[in-house]
Design a protein around this ligand. Structure first.
Ligand SMILES: C[S@@+](CC[C@H](N)C(=O)[O-])C[C@H]1O[C@@H](n2cnc3c(N)ncnc32)[C@H](O)[C@@H]1O
Length: 328
């Protein structure tokens, strides 16, 4: 490593990594260098600041600077460390899955708010364990939304779909890591198509048996297709025409199938909303994440007699980020 001095202390390596990332115009370069060093060392952040003089081996230094070089060339830190936090939980991420974003936590929050209001309106004590609830997460990616819901609603049964089989492997591992794999059924599916009997690929009754589910929790049949209490989704919503405006970390490294909804970006919402209308129970709740410019195209799809209580939540940047509605 010609750019490393003889000094292989934690402080020296970190300083050198920070300077390389700064020179490469990497956003949050200090944090990125810290995370890469922590990843190589398998330590927590407090350790590196408590041991600035600790001498590291040449092989650790080589591995660290190899990651710094990849980060400087545009690979997202999370794909290099293999992890990202969401809802206070650590998720495995690979280049097959979208890196969970903080704004997606608004989807989870909106879902809880809507469920709570529904219970209050029905004059029922607020359920906080999700007993009896059936939930679908469409386009589950790393599984972050489904797993956050499963952690908070330990009695709920959750169906998580994705069109990409590679994504589902990561989501399954995350569900196992967070001990909720027995309550989430993962389906390789275009939206909800394969969740229902007839097209079921990964929804065979065998899966329910393997998961130890009771008969009332087995995969859904066409006879009870209006069976969900809550459908959530963070669909791909970037327009291909906007690709040039994306950061290189996103455009060149995150999966296209997770980013682009079509030429404009909002193309998937019409089918999503049609399927949600078909598969939510009366009073069921739909919660969708929005792209920064999706609202004018998506909100009209929820006009009309099928939906009520349509509401929009802004993210911390003031962008309309989540739209929620109730099935009549
Ligand atoms: C924006 S990512 C969201 C991932 C994750 N839910 C999150 O919030 O981080 C969209 C996901 O939808 C999946 N996807 C794209 N088109 C789909 C379709 N037609 N049916 C099901 N999933 C789809 C992608 O593979 C990707 O994992």
């Amino acid at each position: 490593m010609n750019r490393i001095s003889q000094d292989k202390s934690v402080r020296a390596l970190l300083k050198c990594g920070i300077s390389q990332l700064r020179d490469a115009h990497v956003p949050s370069f200090t944090l990125a260098a810290e995370l890469l060093l922590l990843g190589v060392l398998g330590r927590d952040r407090s350790w590196i600041y408590a041991h600035p003089e600790e001498e590291l081996s040449a092989s650790v230094a080589d591995r660290f600077f190899a990651l710094v070089a990849r980060r400087a060339a545009g690979e997202p830190t999370q794909y290099l460390t293999g992890k990202q936090e969401f809802w206070g939980l650590e998720f495995e991420v690979t280049p097959d899955v979208l890196i969970p974003r903080p704004e997606t936590e608004h989807v989870v929050e909106s879902a809880f708010d809507r469920l709570a209001v529904r219970e209050i309106r029905a004059g029922r004590p607020q359920k906080n364990d999700g007993a009896g609830l059936r939930i679908a997460d469409i386009g589950t990616g790393s599984g972050c939304i489904a797993i956050a819901l499963a952690k908070e609603l330990p009695q709920a049964v959750i169906f998580a779909t994705d069109i990409s089989p590679a994504v589902l492997e990561v989501a399954r591992r995350n569900a196992e890591r967070h001990s909720v794999a027995d309550r989430i059924q993962f389906h390789e599916s275009n939206l909800l198509d394969q969740v229902f009997a007839g097209g079921a690929q990964h929804a065979a009754p065998l899966e329910a048996t393997v998961l130890g589910m009771e008969s009332h929790e087995s995969p859904i049949t066409s006879h009870d297709s209006r069976s969900f209490d809550l459908i959530v989704s963070n669909p791909p919503y970037v327009g291909r025409r906007e690709a040039v405006t994306l950061m290189r970390e996103v455009r060149d490294h995150e999966p296209e199938v997770a980013l682009y909804g079509g030429e404009e970006g909002y193309e998937l919402y019409a089918d999503l909303i049609t399927q949600a209308a078909a598969h939510l129970k009366p009073g069921g709740i739909l919660v969708l994440e929005l792209g920064h410019n999706s609202l004018p195209s998506v909100q009209p799809l929820l006009d009309g007699p099928t939906w009520t209580n349509v509401g929009v939540t802004n993210d911390l940047a003031g962008i309309p980020r989540v739209i929620a509605a109730e099935r009549l």
